[in-house]
Design a protein around this ligand. Structure first.
Ligand SMILES: [Zn+2]
Length: 262
């Protein structure tokens, strides 16, 4: 565009970019004199918690490592009913037809929507204004910190206090394509998680002794209600199917699509 419109003003927007990445964008767009307007990626109203789920072993199957998280969450949904906070659980494989129904209902006021839990792919809600999500749960981390912070950012857009909980085991961190930074973030138990993330993206994180009270490193109490103890015995796809069936039935749909869970 520069040769055609040499004096045009350019605006480049990005949801998640490191400070180094900002320079790369400016370079590729041939911006010689530019101003950056940005804010640190962590949000004040989102608490961050990271916990381990059981490692795979001869005694613990892959199914059980998923059920370790899914069953307590679904039990909580069952007992709280309409009062269960709107929650996104990041898995893979949601179908397109289902995605549209999910997005339409997620955008509604919680009292008007039948949805309480959404099992999501990484693409869910790109560009959508989902204001009422209060919990984001990862069963296994995304591949990089950029994806993580975008997915965590689905919560709390109403300004209400919310929480993002990430469960991992060694197999998750050994998955192809999972970055070293994600591994460090998961295993970190010293540095404030918000400082860790801000530092990764090139923002100020000088005061690592600062107790933010909004991450499990600064405030271990945050872990309490998310530290599940016993591996569960239900089939993992069965658990996911039951949850999907709950809201599909509410939406008066007849087809239930099996989710693929890695
Ligand atoms: Zn902290």
């Amino acid at each position: 565009m520069r040769p055609i419109l040499p004096h045009a003003k350019l605006l480049a927007l990005s949801a998640t970019l490191t400070v180094n990445g900002q320079g790369d964008v400016a370079k590729h767009l041939l911006m010689k004199c530019f101003r950056v307007i940005s804010s640190a990626p962590t949000k004040e109203n989102i608490s961050l918690v990271v916990l381990q789920r059981p490692p795979l072993s001869s005694k613990v199957s892959s199914k059980e490592t998923y059920n370790f998280v899914l069953q307590p969450v679904l039990q909580s949904l069952k007992s709280k009913g309409q009062n269960f906070p709107l929650t996104i659980i990041y898995l893979s494989g949601t179908m397109d037809w289902m995605k549209n129904i999910i997005l339409n209902n997620l955008a509604k006021d919680p009292h008007e929507s039948p949805l309480k839990i959404v099992f999501a792919t990484i693409a869910l809600s790109m560009g959508a204004d989902l204001r009422h999500v209060l919990q984001v749960i990862h069963i296994g981390p995304p591949k990089n910190m950029e994806a993580y912070i975008q997915q965590v950012g689905r919560a709390g857009r109403s300004g209400d206090e919310c929480i993002a909980v990430l469960y991992f085991n060694n197999s998750d961190l050994g998955r192809q394509g999972v970055s070293k930074s994600v591994g460090k973030y998961c295993r970190n138990d010293v540095m404030c998680r918000k400082n860790f993330i801000n530092s990764y993206f090139g923002y100020d994180a000088t005061d690592t002794g600062f107790a933010c009270k909004k991450c499990d490193v600064c405030n271990t109490d945050l872990k309490c209600s998310w530290q599940f103890k016993e591996p569960l015995m239900l089939d993992k796809k069965g658990v996911v199917r039951n949850a999907i069936s709950m809201y599909v039935q509410t939406l008066k749909l007849t087809t239930i699509t099996e989710l693929h869970v890695e």
